[in-house]
Design a protein around this ligand. Structure first.
Ligand SMILES: O=P(O)(O)OC[C@H]1O[C@](O)(CO)[C@@H](O)[C@@H]1O
Length: 434
């Protein structure tokens, strides 16, 4: 990925960062980089994620999915980091796959689950269950529901299920009991940083994607990690986002200009929110899509509170399609162009419109949306997040705040005694009824 932070400079935007400010911040980036490299060298929890390009073994992943290699559909059951990385890859590279339909069950809405299951050709569908902890209620509940659906259809789910989980836990026990194909999550890698491991690549393998190209793209991005934001695109992005938040841009709107990268914006939202949202700090990620949200959000981004950084992700090369000529004079300018040219013009115009209004924005450029570039984008944003975590001085790799609601849920369903469940009953109400 290439990063252009020009429109985040104080000479263009407010909030903005001056060149002197960037120079000063670069001293902290150098120190943070040393910390990150030490963490990588010792395979420390979290930092180990930045070693995945050389640690992940694509042959082992392909071998593990061999029993389910030839299917029409793959239903992945997982949530958060156990779904978003895989979905980002198969959605971004959908045109390059072998035609296997990739379906993700990362919610438990009963009607939605039923509709998804009814639409699946179960006799030619494989199951990919992913949970690092092996205890996530939504994932296990959905797996029990899907398993029953296969049994009701007379389809043997044990022959076509792959499990990705830790060395122990309920999901590992279930895999052992039914002798299911199983892959281990890498040690020391939090879910939201695991897209470049089996967690994100099992689905990619079943859908026929080029795992080596994804990992090579990530490795090429890893080679750019140096102690200066002026040399490393990932650090330039992470440091700029941090600096703008410190100056008031408490939100970060991630706006890819490629429909195939919409799920990537969801993946980024988890990475940024769950990693940096601590100690009353953190930049709120907002998912948007170019050009669609020019017609819903841009008014706010341009004329609302000066509390946002807008991050554009744009591929230099895209497939294209002519806009047919027309006999309507007013539309002649369209007839002479292609959809790709219109897309690019709209991107440049939107970017310039924010700069003209003094609103900070950053451009992240990819050569195109392909396996190599996607690997680089995922790795680059992970490294940007790790660096930002060092600058915020937060514990980037934990997410303790999510446990309260999990305990309350288990308590409410009789899964144990949890004080959080009692607190649910003490809700303050002020109802206004129709
Ligand atoms: O992979 P697991 O353990 O099922 O967790 C799924 C997701 O839930 C979280 O723990 C948050 O609740 C995320 O950090 C994680 O990616």
């Amino acid at each position: 990925m290439d990063v252009d932070i020009g429109n985040a400079l104080a000479s263009v935007a407010s909030p903005g960062i001056s060149r002197e400010g960037l120079e000063r911040l670069d001293e902290r980036v150098a120190t943070a980089h040393e910390r990150i490299e030490a963490g990588r060298a010792n395979d420390e929890h979290g930092y180990a994620a930045l070693n995945l390009p050389e640690r992940t073994d694509p042959d082992a992943i392909r071998a593990a999915v061999e029993p389910v290699a030839d299917v029409d559909a793959l239903v992945t059951i997982g949530i958060g980091g156990s779904a978003l990385g895989a979905a980002t890859i198969t959605d971004a590279l959908a045109d390059a796959g072998d035609g296997t339909e990739a379906v993700y069950l990362d919610n438990i809405d009963p009607a939605w689950i039923t509709r998804r299951l009814e639409a699946l050709p179960l006799e030619s569908t494989a199951i990919n269950v992913v949970s690092r902890s092996g205890t996530t209620a939504e994932t296990l509940a959905n797996f029990l529901v899907v398993r029953e659906a296969f049994e009701d259809a007379g389809v043997d789910w044990t022959e076509r299920t792959v499990v990705t989980t830790g060395e122990s836990g309920p999901l590992r026990s279930l895999a052992n009991r039914h002798d299911l194909a199983a892959v281990s999550v890498p040690d020391g890698v939090p879910g939201r940083f695991s897209a470049l491991s089996a967690v994100g690549l099992v689905a990619a393998a079943v859908c026929g994607h080029d795992l080596e190209a994804i990992l090579e793209g990530a490795a090429a991005e890893a080679d750019t990690l140096t102690g200066s934001l002026f040399e490393c695109p990932a650090y330039a992005y992470g440091a700029t986002a941090y600096a703008l938040d410190a100056r008031g841009a408490s939100m970060n709107a991630m706006v890819p200009y490629a429909e195939s990268l919409e799920t990537y914006a969801e993946w980024f939202a988890q990475l940024w929110a769950e990693s940096l949202g601590k100690d009353d700090l953190g930049q709120t990620p907002v998912r948007a899509l170019g050009v669609t949200d020019q017609h819903s959000q841009l008014q706010l981004y341009r004329a609302g509170p000066r509390d946002k950084l807008v991050t554009f992700v744009t591929p230099r090369k895209t497939a294209d399609r002519d806009i047919p000529g027309t006999d309507v004079d007013e539309l002649a300018y369209l007839g002479d162009a292609t959809l790709g040219e219109l897309l690019e013009a709209e991107f440049e115009a939107t970017e310039a419109s924010l700069a003209a209004a003094g609103r900070p924005n950053v451009r992240v450029e990819l050569e195109s949306v392909d396996a190599f570039e996607l690997g680089g984008l995922l790795y680059g944003m992970e490294a940007a997040c790790v660096l930002a975590g060092e600058l915020y001085e937060v514990s980037t790799f934990t997410q303790p705040a999510v446990e309260w609601a999990k305990n309350a849920t288990r308590g409410l369903l009789g899964g144990g005694e949890f004080e959080e469940a009692e607190a649910v009953a003490e809700k303050t109400t002020l109802r206004v009824e129709r």
